[in-house]
Design a protein around this ligand. Structure first.
Ligand SMILES: Cc1ncc(COP(=O)(O)O)c(C=O)c1O
Length: 365
């Protein structure tokens, strides 16, 4: 039976191609692929399996539960947990071979008090994101203290950029200079880390001397640039294509009000199609103002507010029929709607758009 609802098509071949493109960009430097938040809406298990087949060195998720989900699905690759360290879950982390983020003196204290297996950790220094991480000024004391703990395997040292995907890179440069100082301090203390990392997608493109000996990337693998202020030379392409079917077509007179609030009225007699996808599925609600969908390379304006489960488009006299699947974003035989274009129009980001996908759209791999 054919499925009459929104679909998210995930092209794992394209994901692998994007991975190889990033890999050839960074050369020998190992990649930590960010697959948190269900691989940015793309499906964490499927994406992780595909990247594992390509030989990715590390995967990163946000929570321990996301890590366990991957282990339960048979993923063997190392997995890093970005979230704030949770002392109550050290044993689980060790059991599932998850690498933990250690980002405060209290974290070290809790590790010291813990009896049990050792855990692999990466130490996080805050160089200007002002989120997790030991303040840069206290890095030396932090490193010294961590170095004295027997219950941990010190595998990584890292930081995170706040503005690496922006046109003005002065703040990113100051973060990089602080992080480089921390790396020097660690050398002075005779500490060595297998992985020293601070590059995200923006930095891979924009701050090339921040690669150290690992890069963390998410968005580039999914085929979108982190913003429109980065160089866009890498030939990555979107992995995700969002489509939805026309489920109703009606003839309406000029001046007909459409959808909630009546903010849209038809200018002439026309045909309105109801498309089965709404904001609960991940169609960004503010997009109705400038928004359109595509079919056979033609744009069809979204008319009136996007509803929770449906939206309406003006199809005029075009040859569109019940069951036809229109393109909401991504690229397919009907054309290309770049999520960064939508993001820019609605003052959002590609990250918000892909992770806003609901659970209803059927994932097709
Ligand atoms: C700590 C950390 N590193 C790396 C990434 C990957 O970022 P991007 O998708 O921009 O490469 C993220 C994503 O938000 C992150 O939180």
């Amino acid at each position: 039976m054919s499925y009459l609802g929104p679909k998210v098509h995930i092209d794992l071949h394209q994901l692998k191609k994007n991975y190889q493109i990033v890999k050839s960009e960074v050369g020998e430097i190992p990649i930590m692929a960010t697959v948190k938040a269900n691989a940015y809406g793309h499906g964490a298990v499927e994406v992780s399996k595909a990247l594992e087949e390509e030989g990715v060195r590390y995967l990163a998720v946000f929570t321990i539960d996301e890590g366990i989900e991957l282990r339960d699905a048979g993923i063997k690759t190392d997995i890093f947990i970005y979230a704030k360290f949770d002392p109550s879950r050290i044993d689980e982390a060790s059991k599932y071979n998850l690498t933990l983020n250690i980002s405060s003196f209290d974290d070290l204290k809790a590790l010291k008090a813990h009896v049990g297996n050792t855990v692999k950790v990466h130490l996080k220094i805050d160089t200007g994101m002002t989120r997790l991480g030991v303040p840069f000024e206290e890095a030396e004391a932090f490193l010294q203290e961590a170095n004295q703990l027997d219950s941990i395997e010190l595998e990584g040292l890292y930081s995170h950029f706040a503005t690496a995907d922006e046109g003005d890179l002065s703040y990113a440069s100051s973060q990089l200079s602080k992080f480089s100082d921390v790396v020097e301090i660690s050398k002075k203390l005779d500490m060595s880390f297998d992985f020293v990392h601070c590059s995200n997608s923006g930095a891979i493109l924009n701050v090339q001397d921040s690669r150290f000996n690992m890069v963390r990337t998410g968005m580039l693998l999914y085929g979108a640039f982190p913003s429109d202020e980065v160089p866009q030379k890498l030939p990555i392409k979107p992995v995700m294509t969002f489509t939805a079917p026309i489920v109703e077509i009606r003839d309406v007179k000029a001046g007909t009000q459409i959808s909630y609030g009546g903010v849209y009225k038809t200018k002439s007699d026309t045909r309105i199609a109801v498309v089965q996808a709404g904001f609960a599925d991940g169609v960004p609600r503010p997009w109705y103002i400038d928004g359109f969908v595509k079919f056979q390379n033609q744009d069809f304006k979204i008319t009136g507010r996007i509803c929770m489960d449906q939206l309406m488009i003006d199809i005029g006299s075009a040859d569109l029929n019940l069951g036809d699947e229109v393109l909401i974003f991504g690229a397919n035989e009907h054309g290309n709607i770049d999520i960064n274009h939508i993001a820019k129009k609605i003052d959002s980001t590609s990250y918000v758009l892909v992770t806003a996908l609901g659970i209803r759209p059927k994932r097709i791999y």
